[in-house]
Design a protein around this ligand. Structure first.
Ligand code: MFK
Length: 554
């Protein structure tokens, strides 16, 4: 039998040039001279992401990191051999300054936007190499904030180096068998001997175990229980011969996704370590890492959505069914438009974190920026992660059976997205964190003010409905908080509260951008996304409930 038809696979172009949303956001937010200066870097990363790296990723699809515990002569070596994409990504990350850009601060308050744009372009083609980079960024910020100048001067130049030979990554060793969320119960002990501090215990979920250093929580002997009794330590993982320093990698985890990422169970058996700061309040000290990796989580979520949509959109132009290309089928086009709206909302919320971080780190904060960042970080992490999973699932479906077949390279999008709501604080842990910040730190007022100001900035006849939906949802969430005094009822509603406020913020920021885009040149795509997010134009729900329907009700 002769089979004539062969389906063309989806193709990617330059991922910077093809990105309407990124380019229009940067045009709005950056001074023209900054935009001009960074554009060649972004275009180069976009070219790599859609070309060289994407090809390498497809070719290297089935390889995984390999743990070798003993050498041929019986010596314990605990070596992890990364995949080809990871080796390439490590070098490129250093040279392109994926971490360094935030610390060189060449563009003052805009430096984090610059860095987030690079991460966004780099992430989907590098098999979650963003994980060690996120922790490296968090470790650099933590060491710089610690006041421990000696340690910071020794380690931070490696973490922020652009020289691949001198570039180090950092791990973050918190999770133990006793739990990933309730970190205060950690059982790892720190003991001091004649040479200094040593750690003893088992870390159960250590991502990117090949890093040169790690920040680890341990309880100095005699300290009380709970998070306050933990201290934060820096571990240099290998000696000058590359041998592990009194630590054993027991095994790599057999995970649903992120399989290129060597996540390990490790045993610390007297591992030398240095205290980063005081010998207590370790959870408070590691919170700087948590907040930055949560922001990276959001960028990764947005980028995985963008990658899925880029592939699905290209494919819709190549694949015909029922007499015309999928792109011309109204229902298929409408489905992709719903995904585009999710991406746009998530993008604006994530880049709000970059704006806030950049202003704070450059010493140019606006009033309430710090409080707003504290509240917006768990919001962005929890909402974008949920959106990424939902979008990845729809993207696979948009390819029909091909989306379910491994060697198309598509299923990994869904598997890798599924980690985003789990690690770095689950949706519920972050919803409770937000509730705590709203209650104890009074972060509701700046959050509400930001949503309302962004909605007001969208003052335009065609944006009235979405802007109103963002304000109404915020008012409903505020009223629910005021009316709900029972602590259990507040906790039970915390997820719905967070999703409501998060979607209201995404919508308001999209409205603001849509207004700018209309004024700047008549681009109506952000307007369409805002209306879609608001459920404007009819009672039919989109991918996730329109914002007005998500309002927190008990
Ligand atoms: C794709 C790229 C991105 C991802 C790559 C990362 C890969 C890494 C993989 C992992 O390691 S995943 C594991 C991540 N684990 C978590 O995210 C832990 C989740 N659990 C929590 O976040 C809990 O809420 C927490 C551990 C913080 C609760 O512990 P405690 O001991 O009950 O802490 P508590 O009493 O809530 O807070 C202690 C102090 O820290 C308080 O300050 P004070 O001592 O001054 O009162 C808190 O205000 C402060 N704090 C807690 N969370 C904070 C924070 N401060 C600032 N920001 C935060 N987020």
């Amino acid at each position: 039998m002769k089979v004539d038809f062969v389906q063309e696979p989806p193709r990617l172009g330059n991922q910077y040039h093809d990105d309407r949303l990124l380019r229009s956001y940067l045009a709005r937010e950056l001074p023209p001279e900054v935009a001009r200066e960074i554009e060649p870097e972004l275009a180069e990363m976009g070219e790599r992401a859609g070309g060289e790296l994407y090809r390498l990723q497809l070719a290297d699809r089935s390889s995984e990191p390999v743990l070798t515990r003993w050498d041929a002569w019986g010596n314990r070596v605990d070596r992890v051999e990364p995949t080809a994409v990871w080796r390439r990504a490590e070098r490129l990350a250093a040279e392109a300054g994926l971490v360094a850009t935030a610390y060189e601060r060449r563009h003052a308050a805009q430096s984090r936007i610059h860095q987030f744009a690079l991460i966004y372009l780099f992430t989907a083609s590098t098999d979650i190499y963003s994980c060690p980079l996120a922790m490296t960024d968090g470790a650099a910020a933590t060491l710089l904030a610690s006041g421990n100048r000696r340690l910071a001067e020794r380690i931070v130049p490696h973490l922020t180096s652009r020289d691949p030979a001198g570039f180090w990554t950092s791990g973050q060793w918190m999770t133990e068998t006793i739990g990933g969320s309730d970190v205060g119960r950690s059982e790892t002990v720190a003991r001091r001997d004649g040479e200094g501090w040593r750690l003893y215990g088992r870390k159960w979920f250590t991502s990117a175990v090949a890093a040169q250093v790690a920040l680890a929580l341990a309880r100095p002997e005699g300290n009380p229980g709970g998070g306050r009794g933990l201290a934060l330590f820096l571990v240099e993982t290998r000696d000058s011969d590359g041998r592990p320093r009194n630590l054993r990698i027991e095994r790599l985890k057999d995970k649903l996704g992120t399989r290129k990422l060597p996540t390990a169970e490790i045993f610390l058996d007297g591992t030398p370590a240095e205290p980063v700061g005081e010998l207590a309040n370790g959870v408070r000290q590691i919170a700087t890492v948590l907040n930055l990796t949560r922001a990276w989580n959001a960028v990764s979520a947005v980028e995985l959505m963008r990658r899925g949509l880029a592939l699905a959109t290209d494919f819709a132009g190549r694949r015909s069914a029922f007499g015309r290309p999928l792109a011309e089928q109204p229902l298929h086009a409408d489905t992709l438009a719903g995904l585009e709206a999710e991406l746009e909302g998530a993008f604006h919320l994530t880049f709000l974190l970059a704006e806030l971080l950049g202003r704070i780190e450059a010493g140019e904060p606006r009033p309430a920026d710090e409080l707003l960042l504290r509240a917006a970080t768990p919001l962005a992490k929890l909402l974008t992660a949920k959106q990424a999973v939902a979008v990845a699932s729809e993207v696979l479906e948009s390819f029909g059976g091909a989306g379910y077949v491994e060697d198309t390279g598509l299923p990994v999008l869904l598997r890798d997205s599924q980690v985003l709501p789990i690690w770095e604080g689950t949706t519920n842990v972050l919803a409770l964190d937000l509730l705590d910040v709203l209650d104890r730190q009074r972060a509701l007022a700046p959050l509400v003010a930001t949503i309302n100001a962004a909605a007001d900035a969208g003052d335009h006849r065609e944006l009235e409905v979405p802007a109103g939906a963002a304000r109404d949802a915020t008012a409903a969430a505020t009223a629910w908080l005021a009316a709900t005094t029972d602590p259990d009822a507040r906790q039970a509603g915390a997820r719905r509260l967070a999703l409501t406020l998060g979607r209201a913020l995404e919508l308001a920021l999209t409205v603001r951008h849509a207004r700018w885009a209309l004024d700047a040149g008549g681009d109506r795509q952000s307007l369409a996304c805002a209306r879609r997010l608001a459920g404007d134009g009819g009672p039919l729900a989109g991918l996730t409930p329109p914002v007005a329907a998500a309002v927190a009700t008990p």
